[in-house]
Design a protein around this ligand. Structure first.
Ligand SMILES: *Cc1c(COP(=O)(O)O)cnc(C)c1O
Length: 362
C-alpha cells in the first residue's frame, strides 16, 4: 500500500486511517449488498441504515436531545451564512454577530442582505489574534440571535467557553472544531459545520437545529433554503451527499471506539501542547499569532523571524513529509492544522523538526 504522510491541511483535512481503510474495503461492494456506497439509492434500506448511524453517532457523542433536528445539507458552511439569517432573522430582522475572523466576516456579509447586523464585538483591529471577553460584547437583548464562530480556522483562535447571551438564541459556526470536545448543545439554538475539517469529506454540512426555531422559517422562502423543508423530509428532499454521510457515520463510530469526546479532547490538548510548547520555548524564534488564552487546539498559527525563513521552513518540512503547513494566503506564516484525526506522533515529529530547524537557522 502507498505510504501516508502527515497532513496538516486546514480542510479538506486528514481522516482517521481506520475510517479510510473501512471505506476502501467496502468501496467495491458493501458487505451483503453487492454495490458500493457510491452507487446505492438514497431512498434504499441500505442508505436508511447508514443515515441512521450518522444521526445516532452525532446524537450520542454530543448528547443531542430529541428537541433538536440533525440535518445533512449541501452548499458548505458558506450556504449557512445565508440560510441562518433567511430563516431565523424575521420578524425582528436584526441579529448580533461576533466577528473573530474571515469566516465571521463572510457570515456578516450575507446576514446584511437580510436585515440589520449589530457587530457585538470585533477583534479585527488586533489582526484577530484573540477572542473578545464577555464584558466587551455589546449584545442587543432584542436580537433574533447571536452568531459566533467557535474556532477561527485561519487565525488559529478558539472560544474555550460559549459567549453568555442570556435568552437570545445562540448560533454557532463550528466548522473547524465540531466534535473536538463535548459541548452542551442545549446552550445553542443552531450549530452548523461543514464536514471537511473535522468530520468527513467536503460536500456535506451538518446543521443541528432546535425544533422550536422552525416556526420562524417563512413559507415564502425558496424551498431548498428553508430549514423546514429539510426537517420535514429528513434531509432527503433532494439527493444528499450519500458518500459524505457514510463517512460521517464511520467517523462517529471511530470516535466512540477511541473512548468518545472526552478521550478525544484529552488527546487534542496533548497534541496542541507539544507544538505550543515548542513555540514558547524557542526564545522568540517561533512567534505564535494567537494570544495564549485564545489559542486554538485545531489550528496552530505562527511566524518565523523572516518571510524567507518561513518559505525555507515550508519547503524543508514538505520534503520531510509534513504537508500543508503554509499559512492561509491572507495571514501568511505557518499554520499546522491538527484536527481530531491527526495523530499525536505527527505533532511530536513536527515539534522535533521545528527544534532541529531552529538549531540550523539561528
Ligand atoms: C472552512 C470554513 C468555512 C467554509 O466552509 P465551506 O464548507 O467551504 O463553505 C466556514 N466557516 C469556518 C469556521 C470554516 O473553517
Amino acid at each position: 500500500m502507498e505510504k501516508r504522510i502527515y497532513n496538516f491541511s486546514a480542510g479538506p483535512a486528514v481522516l482517521p486511517e481506520e475510517v479510510l481503510l473501512e471505506a476502501q474495503k467496502d468501496l467495491f461492494a458493501l458487505p451483503g449488498v453487492g454495490m458500493s456506497v457510491l452507487e446505492i439509492s438514497h431512498r434504499s434500506k441500505i442508505f436508511d441504515k447508514i443515515f441512521a448511524d450518522a444521526v445516532e453517532g452525532l446524537r450520542s457523542l454530543l448528547s443531542i436531545g430529541e428537541n433538536y433536528s440533525i440535518l445533512f445539507l449541501q452548499g458548505g458552511a458558506s450556504l449557512q451564512f445565508s440560510m441562518v439569517p433567511l430563516n431565523l432573522m424575521p420578524p425582528q430582522n436584526k441579529a448580533d454577530y461576533i466577528v473573530t475572523g474571515s469566516w465571521s466576516k463572510k457570515a456578516v456579509k450575507e446576514a446584511k442582505r437580510v436585515g440589520t447586523v449589530n457587530i457585538a464585538a470585533s477583534t479585527e483591529e488586533e489582526k484577530f489574534k484573540r477572542i473578545p471577553k464577555q464584558e466587551e460584547l455589546k449584545l442587543d437583548p432584542g436580537a433574533a440571535y447571536v452568531h459566533f464562530t467557535s474556532n477561527n480556522t485561519i487565525f488559529g483562535t478558539q472560544w474555550h467557553a460559549e459567549p453568555n447571551v442570556g435568552n437570545v438564541p445562540l448560533v454557532c459556526d463550528a466548522s473547524s472544531d465540531i466534535l473536538h470536545k463535548k459541548i452542551n448543545v442545549n446552550k445553542y439554538a443552531l450549530i452548523y459545520a461543514g464536514a471537511q475539517k473535522n468530520m468527513g469529506p467536503s460536500g456535506v454540512t451538518v446543521v443541528i437545529i432546535r425544533k422550536g426555531l422552525l416556526e420562524r422559517s417563512q413559507d415564502s422562502l425558496h424551498t431548498m433554503l428553508n430549514y423546514k423543508t429539510h426537517v420535514e423530509n429528513g434531509s432527503l428532499y433532494n439527493t444528499p451527499s450519500v458518500f459524505g454521510i457514510y463517512i460521517i457515520a464511520l467517523v462517529t463510530k471511530w470516535l466512540k471506539n477511541i473512548g468518545g469526546l472526552d478521550a478525544m479532547y484529552k488527546l487534542n490538548k496533548e497534541k496542541a501542547a507539544v507544538i505550543y510548547d515548542c513555540i514558547d520555548s524557542s526564545g522568540g524564534f517561533y512567534k505564535g499569532h494567537a494570544e495564549k488564552d485564545s489559542r486554538s487546539l485545531m489550528n496552530i498559527t505562527f511566524n518565523l523571524p523572516a518571510e524567507e525563513l518561513e518559505k525555507k521552513f515550508v519547503s524543508e518540512a514538505t520534503a520531510a513529509g509534513f504537508d500543508g503547513l503554509k499559512g492561509h494566503r491572507s495571514v501568511g506564516g505557518i499554520r499546522a492544522s491538527i484536527y481530531n484525526a491527526f495523530p499525536k506522533k505527527g505533532a511530536d515529529d513536527l515539534a522535533n523538526f521545528m527544534r532541529d530547524f531552529q538549531k540550523r537557522n539561528s
